[in-house]
Design a protein around this ligand. Structure first.
Ligand code: MG
Length: 389
């Protein structure tokens, strides 16, 4: 249920990291040691709007979301976004044919010229319709996140192999949860989220994760990377750079790709990013920044508006000078209320209830003392007028 009252100002901005002053608080549980935002905090930035794309069919690739970075759109010119996986880079011998990017056996891996780290990655692949070979020799390619971690591409439609080398496996680490392939020659869709390992002072604090949907079916569920996998060897955790290329494997089969795009993902709290749950240090810093922003906005206001905004800032950060100022403003406001003729009081019910709600909240969560001047008087006024009914 919401809303028992509306924010004073509609000046919430969607884009900024820090809130503009809103005085929309005093509702859900307040910020705490590891959560910089209150529950249902109206100051919390609105989600950024992204125009979604469309789903693919076998006949036609879908449209990427508006903020996707396109790595292959089917045009011959898109080949310039790729290079042979050699140093220095040189043009790849893979070809674009009928709107698809096709592996030419013997040409070697290709890599994107674009480099990126944590991402949402979408791509579609198709193993040769003409079935040849078996086990790892049938329709083999691979999608290498940051050039290091392979999500296996393989025609396992009717082709057993070792489980941790199946299509949809994190190769050498974890088999797919299920085999959700369609027949060779058809398009298979990968939707992947990749999180690289995070190291701090030489120690791994997050192992890195892969989530993979194959044709809309979950096949990797936040799988720990455990070093990232590989052929034959058991991989060991090691630091990853910030960014790396996407690589596609030449494993000797003419596998085709289409509709390749990614969206970079925001930093996680462990590397200084935002999130619901932060370290105590990061939480304190963010709460201070929010309070500072609200107080800066309050400086431009007067009277009750200023008081409510300053009160709101106290929910993020205690500050003696602000508390004193709130007390002064409250005294002035309360004087104006007590001097209001009884016949005009009803017209002020809305603002009185709003201040009451704020004071009640701040006293309840010990951000203002029980003895706060308004606390008793305002309660009595509301009772006397039966506004609490
Ligand atoms: Mg492979």
């Amino acid at each position: 249920m919401r809303i028992s009252f509306l924010p004073l100002s509609a000046a919430l901005t969607a884009a900024s990291c820090l809130p503009s002053p809103a005085a929309g608080g005093f509702y859900g549980d307040p910020p705490d040691e590891t959560h910089p935002w209150a529950i249902h905090d109206m100051n919390r930035p609105q989600p950024r709007r992204v125009e979604p794309g469309t789903f693919s069919s076998q006949e036609q690739p879908g449209k990427p979301p508006a903020d996707a970075i396109i790595l292959f759109d089917g045009s011959p010119a898109a080949l310039e976004k790729w290079a042979a996986d050699k140093n220095p880079p040189e043009p790849t011998k893979w070809i674009v044919k009928d709107g698809t990017l096709q592996c030419v056996p013997g040409a070697g891996y290709i890599r994107s010229r674009e480099e990126f780290g944590d991402c949402q990655l979408h791509l579609e692949w198709s193993a040769p319709a003409k079935v040849e070979g078996n086990s790892q020799g049938r329709g083999n390619s691979g999608v290498f996140l940051m050039g290091q971690v392979e999500v296996q591409v393989l025609d396992n439609f009717n082709n057993p192999t070792y489980a941790d080398g199946f299509a949809g496996s994190v190769y050498g680490v974890n088999p797919p949860l299920v085999n959700a392939l369609v027949a060779p020659g058809q398009w298979q869709v990968y939707d992947i989220t990749f999180r690289r390992p995070i190291f701090k002072d030489g120690k791994e604090i997050e192992t890195g994760y892969l989530t993979v949907f194959l044709n809309g079916v979950l096949v990797q569920d936040h799988t720990p990377l455990e070093g990232g996998g590989g052929h034959m060897g058991r991989s060991k955790p090691h630091p990853f750079p910030e960014k790396g290329p996407l690589k596609l494997q030449d494993h000797g089969n003419p596998v085709r790709y289409r509709n390749i795009w990614y969206r970079p993902l925001p930093k996680r709290p462990a590397e200084g990013g935002d999130g619901s749950h932060l370290s105590p240090e990061a939480t304190a810093a963010q709460r201070k920044a929010i309070a500072t922003g609200i107080r800066a906005g309050a400086d431009k206001l007067t009277g009750r508006d200023q008081m409510l905004h300053l009160m709101e800032s106290l929910t993020y950060e205690a500050d003696a000078a602000t508390t004193t100022k709130v007390g002064d403003l409250a005294t002035t406001w309360w004087k104006s209320i007590t001097e209001t003729p009884a016949s005009q009081l009803e017209a002020k019910k809305g603002e009185i209830m709003q201040v009451h709600n704020a004071v009640k909240y701040l006293v309840r969560f010990k951000m203002l003392p029980d003895s706060f001047p308004l606390n008793e008087g305002i309660r009595k006024l509301i009772k006397d007028n039966s506004w609490d009914k």
